[in-house]
Each structure stands twice: as structure tokens, then as C-alpha cells.
Design a protein around this ligand. Structure first.
Ligand SMILES: Nc1ncnc2c1ncn2[C@@H]1O[C@H](COP(=O)(O)OP(=O)(O)OP(=O)(O)O)[C@@H](O)[C@H]1O
Ligand SMILES: [Mg+2]
Ligand SMILES: [Zn+2]
Length: 343
């Protein structure tokens, strides 16, 4: 899969300049490294990838941290870099807090942290989706974060830093990757197409970036989907990303009844349409139409469009927590009709 094959392996390969600069500035400073970090930022912005890159950088045998030169990027070739890339080393530990969130998991990790590194210079613990850790488990972790064992570094990665206790945050250096721009995504897509020796024009790459919800991962997946369907010409790509058809839903909401809208959503999903893309396109269309109608002072329509924006934005957020993508969408549709056509 492209998104794994082309996952950045060094700071220089990160396609978001902000993440690049942040990591360079952390690693270039001449003070001792902080021992606990929080990496935050939207989904697919490179938090996990950067945590692994940092683990590699500080353990690489060919850079500043090995007193070889003044480069801070990992070389990618030495045995340390390779073992870390291949996840074949016990000194770099990844814990997925989405599935290991309890006190016992964290106690195990703390115990492990007190053993000296086996072969690396630094032990690195990467705790992904750190906001999922339970309250008790966070408490257990506090003391270790405050006085970590020698040569041990913790990196907590999370999309929701507001869900971390203040006591944890105050003990960590917070690195915010922010959001990625479409331009960053296009530059990642170019890295992939040159690796795969594909030819795709700029306009199509921009279309993919627009559809990717500011996520590198989503963009790589969409590209892969278009490649597998051989729809790399702009018109084909556009048509495909729209079959999943989007504009249509907004028109239905504005002109047709609840039954039609729900039937349409069910059919769209059955045909393999991507609900997240659908919601995202609908938001985009609704916003454009709203702005146009404000200019023409069409109040009723503006209010309807504003309501769609509000409900669909919520549905979009709820996608994260639903076992079935249709649920948030259909709830938004029903609520829209409830609020606009009471009878
Ligand atoms: N800075 C980047 N430059 C280029 N590609 C990237 C970058 N960051 C992420 N990617 C792509 O996105 C994929 C997911 O990245 P990663 O897992 O690091 O993101 P994340 O921020 O941890 O996401 P999540 O919040 O969903 O865990 C990578 O496998 C890679 O293909
Ligand atoms: Mg991650
Ligand atoms: Zn190396």
C-alpha cells in the first residue's frame, strides 16, 4: 500500500514544512533532549511517522548523535536505522493506546522503561492515540514522565491533546504538527508517482489533494484507488470521485423529501461510495452555495444551507466514533428535515 511504502523515513522526507522545521529544531539544539514529548496534529499529518524518525535519529550510528558529523537526520542505512525501520528492535516500543489503555498495560510499560536499552543508545516509547489512556493509567505514568529512567524517551502521539490531563501535558514538550495543506499533499503525491513511475498531471493531483481531507494517508489511498481503476486522467478521476456522487445529495436535500434522501444515501453506500468524501463534498458545495446566496440575499435558502453545514459538520466529526458511516449521515439528514419541514 502506497501509504505504508512511502511513509517518510527521515526528516527530509516529511512533506509538511512545519513538521520538518519542528523536528530539525528539536534535534539541532545543543541542550540535552527533552525526555517526554507530545506530538499533536490532525489525523494523517505524520505524528507516528515522526515519532519513529525521532527514535531513529537519536539512535543512528552515522550522525550527530553518534558524534560522527553534525547531521541530525537518521542515515537510514546503519544497522540501528534499519532495525528501527523494520520494527526489529526491542528498544523502540510502540503502544497503541486505543487497544492498550488500561493500568496494567501502562504498568508493564513503566517496568520495561526501567531496563537499560539492549542495543540502542536510547529507549524510545511511542504511545499512539495517547488520549485513550485511562485516568488511573495516566496517574501511574506521571511519576515516570517526571523522573524518567536514564536514556529513556517518551513520545505521546494524539489528535486530541485537550483530552490529556494537565499534569501530563505540563511534563512534556508539546509539538504541534497542525494541519497539512493541499500543497504539502501534492508534494507527497509527486514523491509517490515518481517512485511508481506514473504520469499524472498537476490538476489531477490537486483534485486528489482536495478530496483528501488534509490527510496524507487519505491522499495516498485515493491515488492508489485511482491507479487500480486506471482512472488517472483528470476527467476520469473527477467522474470517479463524484460517483460517490456528491452534488446530487445537496440538490436532493434542498428539493426533495426525506424518503428520497435516505434512499439515495442507502444506495450510494451500497454502491461502495465513501461517506466521508460525500460529507466533505457536500460541506464544500453547501458552503459555496451559501456564500453565493448571501450575496443575492436569499434568506430562506441561506438558512437551509447554514443548517446543512452545521449538521453535516457534526456528522463528519461523528464518523470517528461510529461502527457504520451511514448512521451519522442519516441522522444529519433526518434532523435536517425535522428542522425545516415540521409537520
Ligand atoms: N509528513 C508527511 N509527509 C509525507 N507523507 C506523510 C507524512 N505524514 C504522514 N504521511 C503519510 O500518511 C501516513 C500516515 O502517517 P502517520 O501514521 O504518521 O500519521 P498520524 O499523524 O500518526 O495519523 P493518525 O492521527 O491517524 O495516527 C503515512 O504512512 C504516510 O504515507
Ligand atoms: Mg498515528
Ligand atoms: Zn543510521
Amino acid at each position: 500500500m502506497y501509504y505504508l511504502k512511502y511513509r517518510p523515513q527521515s526528516i527530509s522526507e516529511l512533506d509538511n514544512p512545519k513538521a520538518r522545521e519542528l523536528l530539525y529544531s528539536i534535534l539541532k539544539q545543543n541542550k540535552d533532549l527533552p525526555h517526554a514529548f507530545i506530538f499533536t496534529g490532525q489525523r494523517g499529518t505524520g505524528k507516528t511517522s515522526s515519532a519513529r524518525i525521532l527514535a531513529k535519529a537519536i539512535n543512528c550510528l552515522n550522525n550527530k548523535f553518534a558524534n560522527i558529523n553534525d547531521k541530525v537526520d537518521p542515515c537510514g542505512k546503519c544497522s540501528m536505522c534499519q532495525q528501527i525501520t523494520n520494527e526489529a528492535i526491542s528498544d523502540v516500543v510502540e503502544l497503541d493506546a486505543a487497544s492498550h489503555r488500561g493500568i496494567d498495560d501502562i504498568k508493564n510499560l513503566i517496568r520495561e522503561a526501567h531496563f537499560a536499552p539492549m542495543s540502542a543508545r536510547h529507549k524510545v516509547f511511542i504511545i499512539d492515540e495517547a488520549h485513550m489512556i485511562t485516568y488511573d493509567a495516566f496517574n501511574a505514568l506521571l511519576k515516570t514522565l517526571e523522573e524518567p529512567p536514564d536514556k529513556t524517551i517518551f513520545i505521546l502521539a494524539t489528535t486530541n491533546p485537550e483530552k490529556l490531563p494537565e499534569t501530563i501535558k505540563s511534563r512534556c514538550v508539546i509539538v504541534n504538527f497542525g494541519a497539512v495543506t493541499n500543497k504539502d499533499i501534492v508534494s507527497m503525491l509527486k514523491r509517490i508517482i515518481s517512485g511508481e513511475q506514473l504520469k499524472i498531471d498537476e490538476k489531477t493531483l490537486e483534485l486528489i489533494a482536495e478530496t483528501a481531507n488534509n490527510s496524507f494517508r487519505d491522499a495516498a489511498k485515493i491515488l492508489e484507488e485511482l491507479v487500480s481503476l486506471d482512472k488517472l486522467e483528470y476527467d476520469q478521476a473527477l467522474a470517479h470521485l463524484y460517483t460517490r456522487d456528491n452534488k446530487q445529495l445537496l440538490e436532493i436535500l434542498l428539493d426533495k423529501d426525506l424518503q428520497t434522501a435516505i434512499d439515495w444515501a442507502e444506495e450510494f453506500y451500497k454502491q461502495g461510495g465513501d461517506i466521508k468524501n460525500l460529507i466533505s463534498f457536500t460541506l464544500k458545495n453547501a458552503k459555496e452555495q451559501m456564500i453565493a446566496n448571501i450575496k443575492q440575499n436569499k434568506k430562506t435558502l441561506v438558512n437551509k444551507l447554514a443548517l446543512i453545514l452545521k449538521l453535516f459538520q457534526r456528522a463528519y466529526q461523528e464518523l470517528r466514533y461510529t461502527p457504520n458511516d451511514l448512521i451519522p449521515l442519516e441522522l444529519a439528514i433526518i434532523e435536517f428535515y425535522n428542522s425545516t419541514k415540521p409537520n
